[in-house]
Design a protein around this ligand. Structure first.
Ligand code: ATP
Ligand code: MG
Length: 292
């Protein structure tokens, strides 16, 4: 598994690196893609058009919150180009493991398992260029040749933009309930989010909701509220596009620290408005799916 390097271009390491490529696709025709056999009741995509808006942070915290609620949860990180999720979960040194037949996800807690494209890289700092079919093949293996067991939720983190990974997963994963769009409040981000909403609709998937991240900041010294990136932009685009608004998450230094420390914020600190905001977003997301 993941041993054929023939279609890989890697910027700084030789093409003999073992762990960085999935097998070459046997069939390169454009036949409709078959659904994979993963046992997941609800597959949820997390995406944004713009980078740096907090998708990884939110994917990690939502998955952790669902797992803490008792739901069997998988987190699938499909970002090969900027895999931050292993770092945010303290799994940076982890390599992909297999029992000879199937890939084995990392079990973070009794109810949370993780697979990351980053586990394929030998050095996280090295940029990697993969062709679309290789990504598709890796994604298929992450879904069907992986021992996830029976999942209530599979949270799929997609890299910024509207590329191959999203199209592939939308076609081959069963039970895709829709996508969550993450944005920050300012116009340059919400404009991009409009594109992300259109993309999801073009894939014939529902938009499960918009999350407005980095919405307001309370100075820890003088407690003055400052709208660093404005406020209300995410809520406005949700209204304009008639899609649900899942909620706002403030800029919180502890969120950034938790990401850098490799411990999800939601698992650490309960007595804060940021914790309440993330927890409420998770509950609204569950309600949106249950109401479908
Ligand atoms: N609400 C928040 N408060 C404070 N820091 C935050 C918040 N949300 C995200 N961050 C921080 O902002 C940075 C970018 O977040 P993150 O990596 O989650 O964004 P992203 O959308 O996944 O980025 P990329 O598109 O590059 O993958 C990280 O350092 C993260 O810890
Ligand atoms: Mg990210």
């Amino acid at each position: 598994m993941f041993h054929d390097n023939s279609e890989k271009t890697h910027s700084s390491e030789s093409t003999e690196d073992r762990n960085q490529s999935p097998p070459r696709q046997k069939n390169s025709t454009h036949a409709p893609l078959e659904k994979t056999s993963i046992d997941a009741r609800h597959v949820i995509l997390i995406l944004s058009e713009k980078g740096g808006v907090g998708k990884s942070t939110i994917a990690v915290n939502l998955a952790y919150a669902l797992a803490a609620r008792g739901c069997q949860t998988g987190l699938l990180d499909l970002d090969i180009h900027g895999p931050n999720i292993p770092k945010m979960l303290g799994l940076e040194e982890h390599q992909l493991e297999s029992d000879g037949k199937s890939l084995i996800p990392v079990r973070m807690t009794k109810t949370l398992q993780v697979i990351s494209m980053g586990f394929l890289l030998q050095k996280r700092s090295d940029p990697v260029v993969w062709r679309g079919p290789m990504k598709a093949q890796a994604i298929r293996q992450f879904l069907s040749d992986t021992k996830w067991g029976s999942l209530d939720y599979l949270i799929v983190y997609l890299p910024p933009g509207t590329g191959d990974e999203a199209l592939t997963i939308a076609q081959i994963a069963p039970n895709v309930r829709g996508a969550v769009i993450v944005t920050t409040p300012q116009d340059v981000a919400t404009l991009d989010s409009t594109k992300a909403i259109s993309f999801v609709e073009q894939m014939d998937l529902p938009v499960l909701g918009v999350i407005e991240n980095m919405s307001g900041f309370t100075c820890p010294h003088c407690h003055t509220e400052i709208n660093l990136f404005g406020s209300g932009g995410g809520e406005r685009i949700a209204q304009e596009h008639h899609v649900p608004f899942l909620g706002k998450i403030p800029v919180d230094i502890l969120m950034r620290e938790a990401g850098d420390e490799g411990c999800p914020f939601i698992g650490k600190k309960r007595d804060s408005s940021t914790w309440e905001a993330i927890n409420a977003i998770m509950e609204r997301l569950i309600a949106e799916i249950d109401n479908q």
